[in-house]
Write a protein that binds this ligand. Structure first.
Ligand code: NOJ
Length: 753
């Protein structure tokens, strides 16, 4: 056992950095970077700022100009600093060989890839992992992704995406950690640590990239790439904290955003990249543009042409150009004509080279290109086990009327219905560039492993038609109901019906905004028809964002939120359905009752008229046709057991901190894990603050009848906020603390600061 674990930890490389000597190491690094820079021509320095995609995977629009021949030619001349989307250690080695052996200075390339939720072994989508609230598990998940990617030659991931978002219409919410900046910051920190470890030069760790800086998660109307126009309070208190957390974790790169923020494209924003990131936060890594976002400043109406866009971007602090060709085509001229000072080029090249040195690429440019290591690491069985645990932790039980769940293991006739139940690709989610299609365990396979029941499957309705590709629209079936009858016949005679419905993995993600958030296609109709013949339904949802589930909540007795859970999806779902795992996930985003409520989030600000003054009066914050509350609030999730909270009290308070405790008891019959959540309400603040904000959480594991006391410490970081100038302040006054199992908890106590 010990041996197995040791092997595992060796594989995933838990290296400890000897901290004494760090400063000395930094000085040596600076000397090496500066010595190299001094030898470089202007062209070579600009070359370091140029990044191309390979043709294995295209993760953005294909550039208008540029070709493989041109890229190859530039590569040999040392005019390319980085490549993305290169597949496999051998191919990385070939390209690296050109850079190292054929260019004048032999500067190695840095290889980027979207290692977002796994590489080959796919873990749950990031939004699902966030539902676990389990920071250790999330860090380990990122570590596994890094280990596999590093074994395939990759040394830089474009993750974590730390964009806070409140808008489920925006397809990219699947890639973030949800709506809350506190939870988002903790997860951002854990993910960076997971990818980078403590030693970037280890062959199992890769550089992380905090993206998309900044505001990308607030596009108007949830429409992809749309304008972002937000106030300073939202910017400093909602958008920025997770980015700041990645700095605290030592993240080595940032990616800017496609979107414009308050009239300035993020890629061209000096305030974001120079003032805030590099000056105030002292970030000494580098910023990569998003795919083509430098040249896209022309479409934004912010630059006249690509040349001007290159000038704006470099002045603003974008260090590397992903796929625009704007830097390589124009920066040399811009410097020669004195429009851009060469010091800006030096600064960008220095930052990029520094990260390459830190990765150890100058000591061994092929350290990530070991085909043997690739073979023995990728898909390692231990990774499967860990991914299964992560998947189970990510599941959220939304409803369980009459304890329909967990299912008995013997003697049941179960009808399993839904195209997604038999799908082995969709559970892998959206970012599955290196994964094999058809490689996830389906729900059908997972449930079949429980042999005591009679399980029959019927597709019910085809979810989609046509191609399934990362870059292509997904066509949803809206007309073919030919599979309805067989499913209804099966449901009629079943003791219980398990319906797996929701979104395909390619229905959320980049470029996949939606205006309707119900079950896509004909699935709602199928659900209602099955309900007419058998009401004993367990609805298992697969989706990459909050859905509108009002009808299901009113009619269906049991609902399980299973997102897209990755390679081990079907096993995780089956173990939860059969009670071999007691679900403990909690929603990281509010689920609306109606689409018109979106964006809906728990940490809103009070209006001047928050409550109904007297019956029938209209002068208060409300809708005529919908309630204000969401269907399922932030932080919500059930268990097969129940928990009671008592004895919330403030134990001590001094000038620097407050100690709060609460007792949590398992009042049911089975062991369970609870995410104990603490929210703070600042009653009076200038500028005003949300009606409550998450400021602490703790995972507790409780046996039946067991009680544990959970302590929280609140200090300045938890009680203050950013003012409109971005300055962190703590204001004295009245505060309330709320503790419980979700954001609507009413158990509270007060204190004065
Ligand atoms: C565009 C996406 O916005 C970004 O997140 C991703 O890393 C790049 N494409 C590279 O694929």
């Amino acid at each position: 056992m010990i041996k197995a674990n040791l092997t595992f930890f060796t594989i995933i490389g838990f290296f400890v950095l000897n901290s004494c000597g760090t400063n000395q190491k930094n000085d040596q690094l600076d000397q090496r970077v500066n010595a190299l820079l001094a030898q470089m021509t202007l062209e070579e320095k600009v070359g370091q700022m140029n990044q191309y995609s390979s043709f294995w995977d295209i993760t953005g629009p294909i550039p208008k100009e540029g070709s493989a021949a041109k890229q190859y030619d530039q590569l040999k001349k040392g005019l390319v600093g980085s490549m993305l989307n290169v597949r496999g250690a051998e191919n990385v080695r070939k390209l690296q060989k050109i850079a190292v052996e054929e260019t004048r200075l032999g500067i190695p390339l840095i290889f980027g890839f979207d290692v977002i939720h796994g590489f080959k072994t796919i873990s749950p989508i990031p939004l699902a992992e966030a539902a676990s609230w389990d920071l250790e598990a999330i860090e380990t998940s990122a570590r596994i992704a890094a280990t596999e990617a590093a074994a395939a030659g990759i040394n830089w991931t474009f993750a974590p995406m730390v964009d806070i978002s409140r808008d489920a219409r925006w397809g990219r919410v699947m890639e973030g950690a949800g709506e809350d900046p506190y939870l988002g910051s903790k997860i951002a920190f854990a993910r960076v640590k997971g990818f980078q470890g403590d030693d970037l030069s280890a062959p199992t760790t890769i550089a992380a990239c905090a993206k998309h800086f900044a505001g990308y998660g607030f596009p108007e109307a949830g429409k992809e790439y749309n304008t972002v126009d937000i106030g300073t309070q939202t910017l400093h208190n909602m958008v920025m904290p997770p980015f700041k957390a990645t700095i605290d974790a030592g993240v080595r790169t940032f990616m800017n955003s496609f979107s414009q923020l308050n009239g300035i494209p993020a890629t061209g924003s000096k305030y974001l990249q120079r003032t805030l990131l590099k000056e105030q936060w002292n970030f000494d890594g580098f910023v990569v543009s998003d795919w083509g976002s430098i040249e896209e400043m022309v479409e934004h109406g912010y630059a006249d042409d690509a040349k001007q866009a290159a000038q704006i971007a470099v002045e603003a602090g974008s260090d590397m150009d992903m796929q625009s060709l704007a830097y390589i085509d124009h920066l040399i001229d811009l410097v020669k004509s004195s429009a851009v000072p060469e010091t800006l080029i030096d600064d960008a090249a220095r930052r990029i080279l520094r990260v390459k040195f830190e990765l150890g690429l100058f000591d061994d440019p092929y350290k990530y290109c070991n085909a043997e290591r690739e073979k023995s690491t990728i898909g390692h069985e231990k990774f499967q086990e860990v991914t299964l645990e992560m998947a189970k932790k990510s599941i959220v039980l939304l409803k369980n009327k009459n304890q329909l769940l967990p299912l008995k293991k013997k003697g049941l006739n179960i009808a399993l219905i839904g195209d997604l139940a038999d799908d082995k690709t969709s559970p892998l989610g959206n970012w599955i560039l290196a994964a094999d299609t058809n490689s996830a365990v389906s729900v059908l396979e997972g449930m079949k492993a429980y042999e005591g029941n009679n399980l029959e499957f019927s597709v019910g309705v085809k979810l989609h038609t046509g191609v399934l590709e990362f870059a292509k629209e997904l066509n949803i079936n809206t007309s073919d109901k030919s599979d309805f009858t067989a499913a209804l016949n099966l449901a009629k005679t079943a003791d219980v019906v398990v319906m797996v419905l929701g979104e395909h993995g390619f229905h959320s993600g980049e470029g996949r905004s939606r205006t309707q958030l119900g079950l896509p296609g004909l699935q709602q109709e199928l659900l209602e028809q099955v309900f007419k013949v058998n009401q004993n339904i367990i609805l298992v949802l697969n989706n990459g964002r909050p859905l509108v589930l009002d009808w299901a909540d009113q009619h269906i007795p049991a609902i399980v939120e299973a997102w897209q859970l990755g390679t081990q999806s079907g096993n995780a779902i089956a173990q939860v359905l059969y009670g071999d795992y007691n679900p403990s996930g909690k929603l990281p985003m509010s689920f609306p009752k109606s689409i018109g409520q979106v964006p809906i989030y728990y940490n809103y600000k009070s209006t001047g008229r928050p409550t109904l003054p007297s019956p029938d009066e209209v002068f208060w914050t409300h809708y005529q046709d919908e309630q204000n509350a969401p269907l399922y609030p932030f932080g919500y999730g059930l268990s097969y057991t129940t928990f009671a909270y008592s004895n919330l009290k403030i134990n001590s308070q001094n000038d620097t901190s407050i100690d709060v405790s609460v007792e949590v008891t398992n009042t049911g019959n089975v062991q369970g894990n609870e995410v104990v959540q603490l929210y703070v309400k600042d009653h009076f603040a200038r500028p005003t603050q949300p009606i409550k904000s998450l400021k602490g959480f703790e995972l507790v594991d409780l046996n039946p009848n067991q009680t544990k006391t959970v302590h929280f410490t609140l200090a300045e970081a938890e009680l203050g906020f950013y003012d409109n100038d971005g300055k962190f302040i703590v204001q004295p006054g009245d505060f309330s603390i709320y503790v419980g199992g979700d954001s609507t908890t009413e158990l509270n106590t007060k204190f004065k600061l």
